[in-house]
Design a protein around this ligand. Structure first.
Ligand SMILES: [Zn+2]
Length: 366
């Protein structure tokens, strides 16, 4: 994968290239960001650049023997470790054919898609101790090309305490051995690992870059691309999902939640808040943006009688909610959602925020 194929993220690309050009490549780096930020794609492009035999200033050549092997995921000095369910193998080698297929097709792979690919949606992925031992073995061998030897460890948060067997290697790796850890959730990562890596925080993708990608590569209209880019919150995975699904993935969550509040089923509302708050900060932010858009649609509908840009299911939901709550009450919810988005942005406790919102909204229905 070339840097040019990574959507947006110019500052990150520059930073990574600078580390190579200045001869200061840290031996353990943590690419921290959501799947839709392109953290995996960036790590792959970086590994490809480091292994390329004939790199240009800003990108790898894409044509040399090393580049071709990286593209087919058969480069002997590029190793991968990733979570998988223990029912289908002992080490990543056992699952490598599926991994190759999934990653060649999609460098913006996310955990849910990967598990679905393995037909293991209901099983828990894991990086087992046998895989940790395989890493130690693989990295103790000399590089084939006498150049870098790279381990790309996708989702190190799935390492249990057995991940500690890697600490010594992370701290003092053999010469020209690099660890690229691609992580979605720092909170779930062993602190012993965090402290041994250099953290690179990958921000969300620029909305303009997402919109340009949607119009250029995905054939979306300018208007649709701009709307989806705005709703995606800089998450390319989410943007592509939104483009594919005529139905917004947040609709069901929003409808269920409002249903619990309306029936004043606070037990279910609390359960919903609990589950939803674990779905990741970017996802929650996207949900709140979606909620704001729906509420705006309701209030606009009140005045203009228009429901443009909504799907049939959304229109149905919007009419129902609009019939249950007065415009004044809708405006109050709108303000609360804005406040919640502000608090989430500042690392507020999502579970508490949604539980409190549930009570306030339930009261409005009385
Ligand atoms: Zn090359």
């Amino acid at each position: 994968m070339n840097f040019s194929a990574v959507v947006g993220q110019q500052a990150m690309k520059d930073k990574l290239l600078t580390s190579v050009h200045s001869g200061r490549v840290p031996h353990a780096q943590l690419f921290l960001g959501g799947s839709g930020s392109g953290n995996l794609a960036l790590a792959l492009a970086y590994a490809g650049y480091l292994l390329c035999k004939n790199p240009a200033e800003n990108d790898r050549c894409g044509q040399c023997d090393a580049c071709r092997k990286v593209d087919s995921l058969t480069h002997p000095d590029l190793h991968f470790t990733f979570p998988f369910p223990s029912t289908i193998g002992d080490t990543c080698t056992d699952v490598y054919p599926q991994w190759r297929k999934a990653l060649i097709r999609n460098q913006y792979l996310d955990y849910a898609t990967w598990m679905a690919e393995l037909a293991s949606e209901n099983k828990q992925g894991n990086i087992p101790v046998k895989e940790c031992h395989a890493i130690l073995k693989n990295l103790s061998l000399k590089a084939y090309d006498g150049n870098y030897k790279i381990l790309l460890l996708w989702l190190p948060e799935f390492l249990g305490n057995e991940g500690n067997v890697l600490l010594k290697l992370l701290e003092e790796p053999p010469e020209k051995t690099l660890f690229l850890l691609v992580c979605n959730n720092q909170d779930r990562l062993l602190s012993t690992i965090i402290s041994r890596t250099q953290i690179i925080r990958i921000p969300p993708v620029d909305e303009e870059a997402i919109a340009a990608h949607l119009t250029g590569r995905e054939g979306a209209s300018q208007e649709e691309a701009a709307r989806i880019a705005m709703m995606s919150g800089g998450d390319l995975v989410k943007a592509l999902e939104l483009l594919q699904n005529t139905e917004n993935p947040y609709l069901d969550a929003f409808r269920n939640w409002m249903g619990y509040c309306y029936k004043r089923n606070m037990h279910m509302a609390a359960k919903w808040s609990d589950e939803f708050s674990g779905s990741g900060r970017e996802h929650i932010k996207g949900f709140l943006r979606y909620g704001l858009e729906i509420i705006r649609a309701i209030t606009v509908m009140e005045y203009l009688g228009e429901r443009n840009g909504l799907s049939e299911k959304e229109k149905e939901f919007v009419s129902k909610l609009g019939s249950l709550l007065s415009p004044v009450k809708m405006v109050r919810i709108y303000d609360w959602f804005n406040d919640a988005a502000y608090e989430i942005e500042r690392n507020g406790n999502a579970k508490m925020i949604f539980t409190e919102l549930s009570f306030k909204i339930a009261k409005l229905f009385m």
